[in-house]
Design a binder for this molecule. Sequence first.
Ligand SMILES: [Zn+2]
Length: 492
Amino acid sequence: MDLKDQMNKRALFLSIGAAFMLLTAVLTFHTLQTPSHQLVSPPSFTQDPAPSAQMAERLSHAIQFATVSGEGSQKQVEFTKLHAFLAQAFPLTFQILKPERVNQSSLLIHVPGLAPEQPAALFLAHLDVVPVEKGTENLWQAPPFSGRIQAGHIWGRGAIDDKQSALALLEAIEAMLKAGIKPKRSIYLAFGHDEEIGGQQGAAAIAKTLQKRKLNCGFSLDEGLVIVPGNMIGMKPPIALIGISEKGYLSVDLSVAQAGGHASMPPAESNIQILAQALVRLQKNPFPARLSAAAQAMFAWLAPEMPGLSKVVLTNLWLFQPLLLKQLSAKPSTSALIHTTVAPTMLVGSPKENILPAQAKATLNLRLLPGDTQAQVLAKLRQKIADPRVKIDPHPGFSSEAAPESEIEGNEFQLLHQTIREVFPEARVAPSLVLAGTDSRHYQKLCKNQYRFQPVYLNTEDLNRIHGSNERIAITAHAQASRFYFKLMQNL
Ligand SMILES: [Zn+2]
C-alpha cells in the first residue's frame, strides 16, 4: 500500500467517524429537546361518589341479569329486569331524570346543564354482553352470571365489558343529584343494548333520536381503551390510552365456482385448490405496515416518557420508523396497530367427503386502518389475489369505515387529559387507536370529537378475560372509575 492509499483510507475513516458523531449529536439533541405532553395538574380533591362496597354490590347485582345481545322475548325480559333493578338502585336518577327507553332495551338519560347553550357531553356504554361460549362454563371460578364478589374483585360477564362503565356513570350521576351539584354543560348517558352485535337497534337508534333533537355535542366518551401497565412497553408509569380513532370493519366472501366433477377423477385444479391459492397469496402479501395518525400521535406522546434507548428511538422516528414497524409487526397484538388485517374466518366446501364442491367459499374478516377505505381495500384484495376465477364480494351484514381521528389539541381532549391526571396522577396519557369496534361509530355524524377510554386499570391477564372466561374487575378499579366520571362531570 503506498502513501496515497493510506491517506485516502484515513480520510474515509475520519469522515465516517465525523458523520457518526454528528448523527449521535442530532439524535441526542432532538431527544432532549422533545418536551413531555403531560399536563401538570395540581393535586385536587377527588371523592368517591359512594362507598366502594356499595358500588361493588350494585355492579354485582347488574351482572346477574343475563343480558346477552340478540333477538327474542326471553332476552328482552332480562333487559327489562335490569332496568327495574337500576331504577331501584339509582332512585334519584330514575325519579328526577326519567330515563327514556329507546327500542325498549336501550336507555337514554339527560342531565340538563346550567349552560345548555354549551356543547353537551355524551357518555356511551352498553348493557348487553357476549354469551358464554358453550363448553367453557366450567372454566369460570364463579358462574358467569353470579356477579360473585371474591378476592377483591367482582366476577362475571360484563364486569369489564361494559356494565362496569354503565354502572360507574350512574354512580356519578346519582351522587351529583344527591349532593345537588348541577353540571355546567348538559350530560347525556346513552346505553345501547346490542353493541356486541353491531349496535343497529341500540346506539344507531339513540343517535337518530339525538340527531332529530339537534344535539350540540362537544364530545363523546365510550369504552375502547383503558389504563394499562407501563411495563407492557418498558415504561414504569401506567399508561392511560385514549382512543381517538377506531379501525374499520369489513367482511368479504371469496368464492370459486368452476366445474365440479367427480372425486374419483379430479381436475388438475379444483375449486378448493384455486381458493386455497388465493388465501395463500393474501397471507404472503399482507397490507403494508404504516403508522396511522393516531399511532403516530401515540408514539409522540409516549416518547418523552420512555426510558433510555426507547426514548431515542421513538423521538427520532424520522430515522427509526422502519425499525419500529418491524418490531411491531412481530406480535399479533401490535401488528394490528399498523396493518389493515385480513383474518380468514369461515370455509365452505362440499357437503360430502366424496363429492367435489360446485362452489368453494371462504369468508375473511378485515379490520381497516384509518386511511384505508372499504372500496380501496376491496380493490387491493383483487390485485393481491390476481385470479379472475375467484369472485370477491362484501359479506352481507355489518361493515364500517375506520373512524376519522378526533382532535388532541382542543379543549375536549384537554379536559379528559386533565381529569385523568387528577384522578390517576401516576398515569401518563397518550392518544391511540382502538383495534376493535365500539358503539361510537353510530355517533360519528353527531360528535366530531369521539374518545374511547374506560377509566379502569387492567393488566394483561385481565384484558384477556374480556369476551373470555373469568371476566372480573377489581373493586378498587370500579370505585376509581366512578370517581373519574364524578370528577369529569364536575370539570365540564
Ligand atoms: Zn364492549
